[in-house]
Design a protein around this ligand. Structure first.
Ligand SMILES: O=C[C@H](O)COP(=O)(O)O
Length: 242
């Protein structure tokens, strides 16, 4: 089964995506970049509103790969009480230094490493997850104006990312300016999570207000596609959402 992740910037938006069937509420400020972070007070308010009904993830911002910067941000976000912290893997800096320190951090939250399809690095996602203690990896896009994930990677390349991570026992998420027509082909690759922001918004503009009808459409599509996918493929053996 593939879970529907919806990125929201405040508690009112969290209610909106829960009503649309979101399986994971992802806290993110879209005006602050691909993985823009919301303020700690907003994280706390969202956690109170969501009240444990669904798992909550949060991004830490588009940070340079500096071990001290990254680990401080991951630790601080985890301590707010979210279930999962998402860390974007940017080009440059000292990524392996970051992974090493994260690996010994022991935060109360799970860690997901987000790789960008439009910003390839030579970092192996499985090795990075092993080194950092992450239990999931995700594909997304950094430049939201430069097309969707499938404009930067073929379905075959995305499928190999999913399969390799699954073989390593990792949870896998897919996102990146995805639109309704992307849902069916990507669910066929059996990711654990499929994530959206722009497609949930008025005029599909990720910085705009959520459009409840668009949220409901994506919710229905993921739920229906997930059912169809399970019928065609053997279920992937995983119990956790991430
Ligand atoms: O984590 C998922 C992202 O928030 C996706 O955002 P997007 O659909 O605007 O690329």
């Amino acid at each position: 089964m593939t879970h529907f992740l919806a990125s929201v910037r405040n508690a009112a938006e969290a209610e909106c995506v829960l009503a649309a069937g979101a399986d994971i509420v992802d806290l993110k400020e879209p005006d602050e970049g691909a993985l823009g972070a919301v303020a700690p007070s907003v994280v706390r308010a969202c956690l109170r509103t969501i009240g444990g009904r669904k798992p909550v993830s949060a991004t830490v911002g588009d940070l340079p790969m500096n071990p001290a910067v990254v680990t401080d941000a991951v630790a601080a976000t985890a301590e707010l009480g979210v279930d999962t912290v998402k860390l974007g893997i940017l080009v440059g800096g000292d990524p392996w230094g970051c992974f090493e320190v994260l690996g010994s951090l022991g935060t109360p939250a799970d860690l997901v490493l987000v790789f960008f399809g439009d910003m390839p690095t030579d970092i192996d996602p499985v090795e990075a997850a092993r080194a950092s203690g992450a239990n999931g990896v995700m594909l997304d896009t950094a430049g939201k104006e430069r097309g969707s994930l499938t404009d930067h990677m073929t379905l075959g390349e995305i499928g190999r990312f999913v399969d390799r991570a699954h073989h390593a026992g990792l949870q896998v998420g897919l996102a990146g300016s995805l639109r309704p027509h992307h849902v069916q082909p990507l669910l066929g690759l059996r990711p654990d999570v499929i994530g959206f922001r722009g497609a949930l918004c008025e005029q599909s503009a990720r910085g705009s207000n959520l459009d409840p009808n668009a949220c409901a459409e994506i919710g229905r599509l993921v739920a229906a596609g997930g059912t169809a996918t399970e019928a065609r493929f053997e279920a992937h053996a995983t119990s956790a959402v991430w």
